[in-house]
Design a binder for this molecule. Structure first.
Ligand code: RUQ
Ligand code: CUA
Length: 670
């Protein structure tokens, strides 16, 4: 690594390197011929079958070459997001979102990050430093990923974060008003006008401005009145990707458990679909004369898909037909029904996934307890709404569309269907949790017609208990097919023994042919991914390599406190606030001694004044719980109170040059 850095900074040497590379290339070509006969003996020695060799060739990415796709995988209760290359299935990077990470200096005294984490725990537990990331949503233009931003929820704490794909860093955590927890309700509308997120478990006194205690008796007897669900449409600033609270709105929903959701597109443009379960509104109480939620919530044969006209809802909000609760505009259930914004569709027992097909006309719903997927037609839904073809109303007055009138097809897929993705040839792929399989099946017209439609085409076993699956661009308007990644919850016997907490298991499946083919297993030893999206690597070719000198990543603007050169480095005192302006470059901090008094509020304004890609430096202070990371051109502030006297050896944490070990200095507290 040291040598590489030297070569790139030296022109003569780098010309030599090109020459050498040419020689190696020519030499290598000659050798390749020779090696061609050899690989069979290698395969034999390693005990590889012809199918294994094919797998290896399909997934191998030669040194120095890059993958075609990147998976944006949630990390579950690791609170992070993971980027994985396809087809190599190598972990490229982990992006901290809700959870601190010391490598990237996230959550250990970097003021910008601390402020963001603090803002993100507003009205939640103080010092909240964990999250449960579930459903990423890449920003879209015309229904296709555009590589600008990625949104992801915290299922545990009712929050949503924005990751800026210019530099792949988390820039905002928004604590969603009136929502306690949120699960699968994350998607962006086809032009990223809004990021959607709904409540998972309804909240008691959802819209009250102050917390109200709930007695067990009220909980058990007044659940239907006390609790409410919420669907939130968070307005996105197109330049920064940030949520604009003042232009966002929520829709009050019944106290069902709102679950997975998806945005309409094309045929269903302007609409949104949210599954729900526990429409029985079972409050629990298995030791209080009632039944468990599990039993209570599985009583009815049908639950409800919520069908929301979000474009109309935006107009209603704009017209002021809202109440403001905790800073956000709320359309009441009553208004939503009156304005024709909200409808329900019966869906078989305890549904989980809801996924809209590429042309927007089919909405695929899969229920854990029903071996079928039920497919609704948007044309049929629109017709039923126009003709008021209702089965009645739910207890809150929401019209229920006539089931028979809106179902376009039903396909028997197997045990425990959960989630569905699509390819470029008119096929849908659904995960079967109980059956450990991915099933490929044909959609209806215009994709397949007559008896070719709604047919199972192929099935492949997965190991084991697949949750979500992701195909290349598998939920956008123009899917690319090619690869399917099965995101399996269990991996027993698939990987070496590494303790009692086992990795989860991703499996790469080739979906280019008629039959699906398993290519590779990837142990996931860094979290519990739920949903993931797979995007072409090409989309990110233009992402930043180096920040313009003095950039604050949090704002992506020039930081007023950034210094441009070592000469400007200085320490200033204002009362008991010490501001040190420090330049950071291979392999020196300037100044390298910062003297403060016990009790001072110390702010160290660090600027990495390098403009070379890959020239990241760190900044750590022992005994003060401070560690930052500064990429080339980046400015950040390390802030702490000098509570402890002594001399503290600050140092650069990143092995940045031959003299990295010398990149150190002193903080003197006296
Ligand atoms: S979930 S295994 Cu959190 Cu998306 Cu369905
Ligand atoms: Cu800078 Cu090590």
């Amino acid at each position: 690594m040291i040598q590489m850095k030297k070569i790139t900074s030296n022109h003569i040497l780098s010309n030599l390197a090109v020459l050498m590379a040419t020689v190696i290339f020519l030499f290598g070509c000659g050798k390749k011929e020779e090696a061609a006969g050899d690989y069979l003996s290698v395969a034999k020695a390693r005990g590889l079958s012809p199918a294994d060799i094919e797998r290896a060739v399909k997934t191998f990415v030669p040194p120095g070459k890059t993958d075609d796709y990147v998976i944006f995988a949630s990390g579950g209760h690791s609170g992070q997001m993971h980027l994985i290359g396809v087809p190599s299935m190598r972990l490229l990077k982990t992006i901290p979102v809700f959870t601190p990470d010391s490598w990237s200096g996230y959550g250990f005294g970097n003021k910008g990050v601390e402020d963001m984490l603090g803002e993100g725990s507003k009205n939640r537990a103080t010092g909240l430093r964990w999250g449960d990331t579930h459903h990423p949503a890449l920003s879209e233009t015309d229904g296709d990923y555009d590589g600008r931003f990625c949104y992801i929820n915290d299922r545990g704490n009712g929050r949503i974060a924005m990751i800026d794909l210019r530099d792949f860093k988390t820039k905002q955590i928004y604590s969603i008003p009136n929502v306690q927890t949120s699960h699968g309700g994350v998607f962006v509308t086809p032009n990223t006008e809004y990021a959607h997120i709904s409540a998972k478990v309804p909240k008691a006194n959802a819209f009250s401005e102050t917390p109200i205690g709930v007695t067990k008796n009220d909980h058990l007897t007044k659940y239907k009145d006390l609790y409410r669900g919420v669907s939130s449409f968070l307005k996105i600033d197109q330049t920064t990707g940030r949520f604009i609270e003042a232009e966002s709105f929520q829709i009050e929903l019944p106290p069902y458990n709102q679950d997975l959701a998806d945005a309409g597109k094309d045929a269903s443009m302007g609409w949104a679909f949210i599954n729900s379960y526990n429409t029985e509104m079972a409050p629990g109480g298995n030791k209080d004369g009632g039944v468990s939620i599990e039993t209570g919530a599985s009583k009815n044969d049908f639950d409800f898909m919520h069908i929301i006209n979000w474009q109309k809802a935006a107009e209603v909000a704009k017209a002021g037909k809202v109440e403001v609760h905790n800073g956000i505009r709320v359309i009441s259930l009553k208004t939503a029904v009156e304005e024709g914004i909200l409808y329900l569709a019966p869906e078989p027992k305890s549904p989980h996934g809801v996924d809209v097909c590429p042309n927007g006309n089919y909405i695929v719903v899969s229920g854990k307890l029903d071996p079928h997927s039920t497919i609704y037609g948007m044309d049929l839904i629109k017709k039923a709404i126009a003709e008021k073809n209702f089965e009645g109303n739910d207890p809150y007055g929401i019209p229920i569309l006539r089931y028979k009138a809106i179902v376009a097809g039903q396909v028997e897929l197997g045990a425990g269907p959960l989630h569905t993705q699509f390819d470029d040839k008119g096929y849908a792929y659904t995960s079967l949790f109980l059956e450990n399989a991915v099933v490929k099946w044909s959609l209806g017209a215009p994709y397949f017609i007559g008896d070719k439609a709604w047919k199972v085409a192929d099935k492949i076993q997965t190991s084991y208990n697949i949750g979500h699956l992701t195909l290349a661009c598998g939920d956008q308007r123009h899917p690319q097919g090619k690869y399917c990644i099965a995101m399996n919850k269990w991996s027993i016997d698939r990987h070496p023994k590494v303790g009692t907490l086992l990795p989860q298991n991703f499996q790469l499946i080739d979906v280019t042919g008629e039959k699906m083919q398993l290519l590779a297993d990837m142990p996931i030893g860094f979290g519990e991914p739920h949903y993931a999206q797979t995007a072409p690597m090409k989309l990110f070719e233009k992402s930043l390599q180096v920040y313009p000198l003095g950039t604050d990543p949090m704002t992506m603007q020039a930081a007023p406190d950034a210094i441009k050169k070592a000469e400007d480095a200085r320490v200033e005192r204002h009362g008991n606030v010490v501001d040190a302006y420090v330049s950071v470059i291979r392999s020196t901090f300037t100044p390298d001694i910062i003297e403060v008094k016990k009790g001072d509020n110390v702010r160290i304004h660090l600027t990495n004044i390098e403009q070379t890609p890959d020239a990241t430096h760190g900044f750590a202070i022992p005994e003060y719980n401070v560690v930052l990371s500064l990429d080339a051109g980046e400015t950040a502030v390390a802030e702490f109170t000098a509570t402890k006297p002594g001399s503290f050896s600050m140092y650069c944490t990143e092995f940045c040059s031959a003299l990295h070990l010398e990149m150190q200095g002193w903080i003197l507290v006296n």
